[in-house]
Design a protein around this ligand. Sequence first.
Ligand SMILES: Cc1ncc(C[n+]2csc(CCOP(=O)(O)OP(=O)(O)O)c2C)c(N)n1
Length: 321
Amino acid sequence: MERYNKDLLNTLYYKMYKIRRFEENIESFFLNGEIPGFVHLYIGEEAIASGVCASLTDKDYIASTHRGHGHTIAKGADLNKVMAEIFGKKTGFCKGKGGSMHIADFSVGMLGANGVVGGGFNLAVGAALAIKKQKRDNVSVVFFGDGASNRGTFHEALNLASVWKLPVVFVCENNEWASTTPYRTTTSVADISTRAAGYSMASKIADGNDVFDVYESFKEALDYVKAGNGPFFLEAKTYRIKGHYVGDPELYRTKEEVQKVFDENNPIDRFEEKVLIEGLMTEVELEEIRIKVENEIKEAINFALNSEFPDPSELFDDLYV
Ligand SMILES: Cc1ncc(C[n+]2csc(CCOP(=O)(O)OP(=O)(O)O)c2C)c(N)n1
């Protein structure tokens, strides 16, 4: 654990806890009818976005999914603007006209959430092509689910990224579910990372609920890609704790199954346990981070609630054909 200095430990915990508390607040505002549209929560998967983004800079790109709040927060997007967008307010990233699944912040390299499953692959590969053409030393990362790995865009993107040796890391968040479907009934391989071999691509499996394992594995991917070897495939094994969307009746699995995973494999509990037992952080240090996060979230909620909705006359602004 020597390489985990205080700054890094603080960052990993701060990001994970911020995502968790953000999502818990979004869930309760949504259930109260105060958020329009749909929201898909990232609770229980925080270690993946946090462990990956801890090694990225604003000049690196990420492409995200419909379950994108965690990626956006971990990449460092302005929390007030993220919150305002989800609430449909004009101070949000898309002036309140996009909502949860259309948040992007190019200033930190966040290329966008995506309502189209599998829509992020080609954005990330395109960004990686730009990096290569411009001879820059950055990387592009695409987060995607097990379900998305069955789409055609997945295979097309892996093939081209491999042929052109592009600096892109494919991060599969295998949370075992695609909407109501368990991945084992729809996916031809037990480990989605084995598909990388079909495209001559290096791959690795990480414990997606262990932020240290994600961090180390992604570092390995980053070193590999930055050395000019071409793309890398990282499969992070995790589990979708919440319904597919907020309001999902979840008739396809038992509450007991979900609760068991959460009790035994909650990434935030695992982090706290590890750093306390190994004496890397104190309870006081953890609490300081939690207080900071609560304040930031409270501020973001106030910002969103006090912002105006866009005026109907602005409906067609910012559109182009
Ligand atoms: C092209 C396309 N097909 C279907 C849908 C409907 N849909 C939304 S999310 C989802 C499941 C995605 O599963 P996965 O990729 O594993 O991500 P997870 O929701 O588990 O994070 C589906 C089928 C969609 N949005 N876009």
